[in-house]
Design a protein. Structure first.
Length: 310
C-alpha cells in the first residue's frame, strides 16, 4: 500500500527514540522505545499506594515498563501484583497438575520440570510453552481477560530467549483508512486452544476444552483511560464473526502482520533480576528462540481487567 511522504516520515520518527526521562512520584522512567520505559528509583518488594498509582499512570502512557535489578521473591511478586488488581490463573485453570512454584497464581515460564531438571524437548511443558513464541495477549481467550502481566527473570540463557512487545495503539494509529473502515465494527472470536492445536498440542480432555469456551472481542477498541484506539489482534483470535472462515483468517493474519512491523516493536534482552510489566489490553508479545537444553527460568503474575468500558 502506497504511503504519503508525511506518513513515511511519521513512521521513521517512531523508530528514532529520544532518551527522555520522566518523573513519577519517587521513580524515573527512561524512554526505551516509543512505548517502552525503563524504571529506576523504586523497590518493588515494598511499594506504597502512591507508587502503585504512579505505575498505573505510567502504564497508560508506556504499556511496557522494565524494572531492572529487582531480584524479588515469589512472595514479593504476588504482593506487588495484588496491589495492582485481582489475580487471574489463565491457562492454569486447565493445566492444574504439579506446580514448581509456591503460588498457583504464578505462571512458571521455564523449561524446568517439577523435579528441577531441564525438561526434554518432547515434554508436555515444552510443547505447551512453545505457544508463547506466537504473538499473543495473555488470556484474551476469557472474560474477564488479563490486564497487567509482571514477568520476573531469575535464570537466563547465554543466547536468545528475548521477549518482544508490539504496541497495538501505534498499530491502530497507522491502519490505512480503507482497512479501518473495513473492520471498525467487526468482532473476532478468541479461543484458548486455537494456537496450541496449530502447534500440535492437542492432548486435552473435553472437560478441559469446555473450561475456556470461545469469547468475542471487538477488533477496534478504545482505551478507557487514554481514549486511544487499539487494534486487538493476536494468536488467540481464530476468526472474525460473520465472515467466511478462510477470508476471516486471512484478514486476521494481515492485521497481525501490520501490528508487528518493527517500528511498533520493542525487544527486551533479559538480565537476571529484571521484572517486565505490560498491559495486555494494549500490547501483544512473544518469546524468541533459545536453546531448549539451556536452563531458562521466569515467573509471571497477572491481574484481571477490571474496567471493561473499551
Amino acid at each position: 500500500m502506497d504511503q504519503t511522504g508525511e506518513e513515511r516520515q511519521h513512521q521513521i520518527g517512531l523508530i528514532q527514540t529520544t532518551q527522555k526521562i520522566t518523573e513519577y512520584s519517587s521513580m524515573n522512567i527512561e524512554q526505551l522505545s516509543p512505548f517502552a520505559g525503563r524504571v529506576t528509583g523504586i523497590n518493588l518488594s515494598h511499594v506504597t499506594s502512591s507508587q502503585v498509582a504512579s505505575i498505573k499512570q505510567a502504564m497508560d502512557q508506556h504499556a511496557v515498563l522494565v524494572f531492572p535489578g529487582q531480584h524479588i521473591g515469589q512472595d514479593e511478586q504476588i504482593a506487588f501484583a495484588k496491589a495492582l488488581g485481582p489475580l487471574e490463573l489463565g491457562f492454569r485453570k486447565i493445566k492444574a497438575g504439579a506446580h514448581r512454584l509456591k503460588y498457583n497464581e504464578l505462571a512458571d515460564i521455564s523449561n524446568v520440570t517439577v523435579d528441577n531438571e531441564v525438561a526434554a524437548r518432547d515434554h508436555s511443558k515444552i510443547v505447551s510453552n512453545l505457544a508463547n513464541q506466537l504473538w499473543h495477549s495473555d488470556s484474551s481467550f476469557q472474560k474477564p481477560r488479563a490486564k497487567y502481566s509482571m514477568l520476573a527473570s531469575s535464570v537466563v540463557p547465554d543466547f536468545g530467549g528475548e521477549t518482544e512487545f508490539a504496541d497495538l495503539r501505534l498499530a491502530c494509529d497507522h491502519l490505512p483508512d480503507w482497512r479501518l473502515d473495513q473492520i471498525k465494527d467487526k468482532n473476532a472470536i478468541h479461543s484458548a486452544l486455537h494456537s496450541r492445536f496449530m502447534l500440535g498440542d492437542t492432548q486435552y480432555t473435553p472437560e478441559q476444552i469446555a473450561t475456556f469456551p470461545p469469547v468475542v472481542w471487538p477488533l477496534i477498541q478504545t482505551d478507557p483511560h487514554t481514549g486511544r484506539k487499539i487494534l486487538y489482534v493476536g494468536a488467540h483470535a481464530c476468526e472474525v464473526e460473520n465472515m467466511v472462515l478462510a477470508e476471516s483468517r486471512m484478514q486476521l493474519m494481515d492485521l497481525l502482520e501490520h501490528a508487528t512491523q518493527r517500528q511498533y516493536v520493542y525487544t527486551h534482552h533479559w538480565q537476571v533480576g529484571d521484572l517486565v510489566m505490560w498491559d495486555n489490553t494494549a500490547t501483544i508479545h512473544r518469546g524468541r528462540y533459545f536453546d531448549l537444553s539451556a536452563r531458562r527460568e521466569l515467573r509471571r503474575a497477572t491481574t484481571q481487567e477490571v474496567d471493561t468500558s473499551y
